[in-house]
Design a protein around this ligand. Structure first.
Ligand code: SF4
Length: 355
């Protein structure tokens, strides 16, 4: 429950948003396609990073039909570096569904949008509200944090009960103002610029005089206990031919890094001998196994739920592996989907500048 009349909070929020809103590329020439693209990219990625990707995407795919007609490889290569590749693949599938099932026009309600691949309640509400004015609240991490502080509410924001509770509070605000877009966007902007996770600028906040949790903002929001990250160790072989091309294989669709290209590798136990993994990766592909290997090149990457450790060896070969895959020159690697982890390990192992 809001600690002050919802209409008053809305008026202050919207006045602040009108004066302070950032000039972001997806806020001009607003269409459902542009709102959707930006919201998909912004999930767990910083605005500064997303701006460049967004501009590249809309330059290459000005319309949802252009995105639908592209190959998955091209989409994933433009997506490379944004992480969460399932989002990139689902984005492509959703564009194809809009082109195929809706004549290239985005559905205008959150209920219909929820039927598209990869669109959950957050994205559906954001597109329906910001592009079509549906009176539906948008709850993301920023909004939940602001509302937990405003209401001095200890309900963990990442639990079903917390999501329901803070969605209700957000909906109270949306219901109290003529523009759902202004409230939703204003709340997200307030969370991004003022009521930030570590050091909220309460002195600059339009809700400073009404905020129930201001004095203990540093303790809010409460989150349920996080699962520890899983550690994954990979024995990786960067195979090069005599012309310097690199052998890459495509992962199956679905799962971590699904559909992306990567060098041969084997997941090994924490205590295993890495050379055994390299031998297995080579012999599985019918390749000659060297009698000895130099010390591994190590590249580590942190993902949200995993710590990846690649232990890499480089092998030059005049023959091709017997399994499915392809030799790629430097320029060709940039044109297909690869994860940031793979681009950094190829850079470390063979001097290719791919990042
Ligand atoms: S007063 Fe401070 S804690 Fe309260 S909503 Fe504003 S920035 Fe957040």
């Amino acid at each position: 429950m809001c600690p002050a009349p919802a209409a008053l909070l809305c008026a202050r929020l919207v006045a602040w948003f009108d004066a302070r809103r950032r000039d972001l590329p997806w806020r001009t020439n607003r269409t459902a396609y542009r709102v959707w693209l930006a919201e998909v990219m912004l999930q767990q990625t910083r605005v500064a990073v997303v701006s460049d990707y967004f501009l590249r995407f809309v330059a290459r795919f000005p319309d949802v039909k252009d995105l639908a007609a592209a190959s998955e490889d091209e989409v994933l290569s433009l997506w490379s570096g944004l992480g969460y590749y399932a989002r990139g693949r689902n984005m492509h599938k959703a564009a194809q569904a809009v082109a195929r099932d809706h004549g290239g026009v985005f559905p205008s309600t959150s209920a219909e949008l929820l039927g598209l691949p990869g669109i959950g309640s957050y994205t559906a509400a954001a597109v329906a509200s910001l592009a079509f004015g549906e009176r539906v609240a948008v709850l993301d991490g920023n909004v939940a944090r602001v509302l937990a502080r405003l209401c001095d509410d200890d309900t963990p924001i990442d639990t079903p009960v917390g999501k329901q509770r803070f969605t209700q509070t957000a909906q109270q605000l949306v219901d109290a103002h003529p523009s759902s877009a202004a409230i939703n966007e204003g709340l997200m902007e307030l969370g991004a610029l003022v009521c930030t996770p570590k050091s909220p600028s309460c002195g600059a906040c339009p809700w400073a005089t009404s905020c129930a949790g201001r004095a203990r903002a540093h303790l809010l929001p409460v989150k349920a206990k996080k699962q520890p990250r899983k550690h994954v160790r990979v024995a990786c072989v960067v195979l090069r031919d005599e012309g310097g091309r690199v052998w890459l294989e495509r992962r199956q669709s679905g799962g971590l890094f699904g559909g992306l290209w990567e060098p041969p590798g084997v997941v090994i136990e924490a205590t295993s001998d890495v050379e055994g993994g390299w031998r297995q990766a080579l012999s599985d592909r019918g390749m000659a196994v060297p009698s000895s290997f130099p010390a591994p090149i190590v590249v580590e990457r942190s993902l949200t739920h995993r710590e990846l450790r690649f232990e890499i060896t480089v092998v030059t070969s005049s023959s091709s592996p017997s399994t499915a895959g392809q030799w790629f020159g430097h320029g060709e690697i940039k044109a297909v989907g690869t994860s940031t982890a793979v681009r950094s390990l190829l850079g470390a192992a063979s001097g290719l500048r791919l990042l």
